[in-house]
Design a protein around this ligand. Structure first.
Ligand code: SF4
Length: 467
C-alpha cells in the first residue's frame, strides 16, 4: 500500500494513496503503518474505506486503475483555442505591460492570411465541441473577426465563445454579438470604483463608464453569462469585505483571487512579486474563511473562491477538473493553444506575455504552418510532476499540477528543486488549507465545502450529515 504522508493537524498525519484516496492517521497509527504492525481495527478501517485492495479483488483493482487513469487527465484533441484578433486596446492599465498596443496603431490585427489559417485550423478540428476564448488587446475592437470565427464554428455540435473584454466601449455591434446564447463575457473587476480605477487608467470617468457598462450587461443578461476576475496587488491587497461586496453588488458568486502576475521587465521592477509570501497566504485564508462565514449567514447565494473550488474538486473528483494551471501531466499545444495577433502559436497566454516582453521566445509554431514542432516537444518533456523527486514524495502529488511556464517566468529556469518554487509553496499551502477545512467539523465549513463540491441537500443537512 504505497502511501505518502504529511503532518496536518494536532499530531495527526494526512495519508494519501497513489490514486488520491486519503485518511487521517494519529501518530501511533502512522507508526504501526510504517512498522507494518497494523492491528485488526486498522485493517478493517483500511479495507472498508478502500485504502487497501486485495490482489484478487478485481472490481476494487479496476476502480483504482480508473482513478489513476482519470487523474492523469489524458488529453489528445484540440478543442480550446485562445484567439488574439488584435493587440490594440482602448485602455492603458498600469499592470498591463506587454499584451497591448495603442488603439490607433497599424499592423497589430490579424491579416487576411492569418484569418484564413485560423479558419483552416477550425475546419480541421476533429472535436465535436469547441471552446473559443477571444483575448487581446481588446478583442471587441474587431467585432467583424469575432463574428467571422463564430460563423465558422457553426458546424460543431456545440461551440462556446468567451469574450474577454474591458467593457469600456460596448457598441451596438458588440451587443449584437453578446446577445448570442453561446457567447459569455469575461471582464476584470478589482474591487470598488476607487480600487478599480487606481489599478486601471487612473481616469475615474472611464471607470464609471466601465461600471455603467457592467451594470448594463448584467441587467440585460443576468449573471450566468458574465464572469469577472480581480487582479490584486499582493503587496497591498484590497479590504476583503469591500472586494467581496463589490462582487456581490454585481451579482457575481465566483471570485478568482489572482495576485498580479508581472512579466518581463515589469517583473524586474517589482521584484517582490516573484514570491507571494506568508502575508499573501494569510490574506487568502482570511478571504476564504470570510466567504465561508458569509455563505452560512446568508444562504440566498453561495460565494466561492474559484481556484480553491477547482483544487477541492480535484481531490474528490478524479479527472473532472481540466484547469490548465493545475493538472499533471500538463501537455502543451495539444488540447489548447493561443493564437496571437500575427498568427504565432503559443502554448499558454503567460508564454505569449513572456515572449512579447522579450525575455524568452516560447512560441511553438504558427497557425499557418502548424505547431507540431521541436519547441513544443521540448516543453512537453517536462510537462508532468510524475518523475519529480520532490513531487514523488509529496502527499499532494495526485491533486497537484505542473506549470513550467510559471517557473520560467519567475526563475528563468525549470530545474530548481520543486520545494524552492513559488508554484510548490503556493500549492503546499493551498492543499494544507483545504485538508484542514475538510477535517473541520464546523457546520458552516461543511456547508460551503459541500456546495463547492456541488453536493445537493439543505444547508442544515450538509452541515450535519457531513459532520
Ligand atoms: S509541486 Fe510541491 S505541492 Fe505540488 S506535488 Fe510537487 S512537491 Fe507537492
Amino acid at each position: 500500500m504505497p502511501l505518502r504522508t504529511r503532518p496536518l493537524i494536532d499530531g495527526h498525519n494526512l495519508c494519501v494513496g497513489e490514486s488520491g484516496s486519503f485518511f487521517l492517521a494519529s501518530a501511533s497509527a502512522l507508526d504501526r503503518l510504517e512498522r507494518d504492525s497494523l492491528d485488526e481495527v486498522d485493517r478493517v478501517f483500511l479495507d472498508l474505506n478502500g485504502h487497501v485492495v486485495a490482489p484478487d479483488d478485481r472490481l476494487a483493482l479496476a476502480a483504482r486503475t480508473l482513478d489513476l487513469f482519470c487523474r492523469s487527465c489524458p488529453v489528445n484533441q484540440l478543442d480550446y483555442l485562445i484567439l488574439v484578433p488584435t493587440l490594440r486596446c482602448n485602455l492603458s492599465c498600469s499592470y498591463c505591460q506587454v499584451s497591448r498596443v495603442a488603439e490607433g496603431r497599424k499592423g497589430f490585427d490579424w491579416s487576411e492570411e492569418t484569418l484564413a489559417a485560423v479558419f483552416a485550423c477550425l475546419d480541421a478540428l476533429e472535436a465535436r465541441r469547441v471552446k473559443i476564448e477571444f483575448q487581446g488587446g481588446e478583442p471587441t475592437l474587431r467585432p467583424d473577426l469575432i463574428r467571422a470565427v463564430m460563423e465558422r464554428c457553426s458546424r460543431f455540435e456545440r461551440s462556446e465563445f468567451v469574450i474577454c473584454t474591458n467593457l469600456q466601449n460596448v457598441t451596438d455591434e458588440v451587443l449584437d454579438i453578446f446577445d448570442h446564447p453561446s457567447v459569455f463575457i469575461s471582464t476584470s473587476l478589482d474591487g470598488g470604483a476607487m480600487t478599480h480605477g487606481h489599478n486601471r487608467t487612473g481616469d475615474q470617468s472611464r471607470t464609471e463608464q466601465f461600471l455603467a457598462n457592467l451594470r448594463m450587461v448584467t441587467e440585460r443578461y443576468g449573471q450566468t453569462k458574465i464572469s469577472a476576475l480581480p487582479t490584486i496587488d499582493p503587496v497591498s491587497p484590497p479590504d476583503i469585505d469591500g472586494l467581496i461586496q463589490s462582487y456581490v453588488d454585481h451579482g457575481f458568486e465566483s471570485i478568482f483571487l489572482r495576485p498580479i502576475n508581472y512579466q518581463g521587465f515589469a517583473r524586474k521592477r517589482h521584484k517582490a512579486s516573484r514570491e507571494q509570501g506568508d502575508e499573501w497566504r494569510r490574506y487568502y485564508e482570511a478571504f476564504v474563511r470570510r466567504i465561508i462565514r458569509r455563505n452560512w449567514e446568508d444562504r440566498s447565494r453561495v460565494l466561492e473562491e474559484t481556484y480553491f473550488s477547482i483544487a477541492l474538486r480535484r481531490i474528490f473528483y478524479p479527472g473532472r477538473e481540466r484547469h490548465v494551471d493545475l493538472r499533471s501531466p500538463n501537455p502543451m499545444g495539444v488540447d489548447y493553444i493561443v493564437v496571437d495577433y500575427d498568427g504565432t502559436v503559443f502554448p499558454t497566454d503567460e508564454a505569449r506575455m513572456l515572449s512579447r516582453s522579450g525575455v524568452i521566445d516560447l512560441s511553438i509554431g504558427t497557425i499557418a504552418d502548424g505547431w507540431d514542432t521541436d519547441a513544443r516537444d521540448t516543453l512537453n518533456r517536462h510537462a508532468s510532476n510524475d518523475e519529480d523527486p520532490a513531487c514523488k514524495r509529496c502527499a499532494y502529488q495526485p491533486y497537484c499540477g505542473r506549470d513550467i511556464i510559471d517557473d520560467i517566468a519567475r526563475y528563468g529556469r525549470i530545474d530548481l528543486p520543486r520545494e524552492e518554487t513559488e508554484f510548490c509553496r503556493r500549492h503546499l499551502h493551498l492543499f494544507d488549507f483545504i485538508f484542514k477545512l475538510i477535517y473541520d467539523e464546523a457546520p458552516e465549513v461543511r456547508y460551503s465545502l459541500g456546495r463547492w463540491l456541488r453536493l445537493p441537500g439543505t444547508p442544515e443537512a450538509l452541515g450535519d450529515v457531513l459532520a
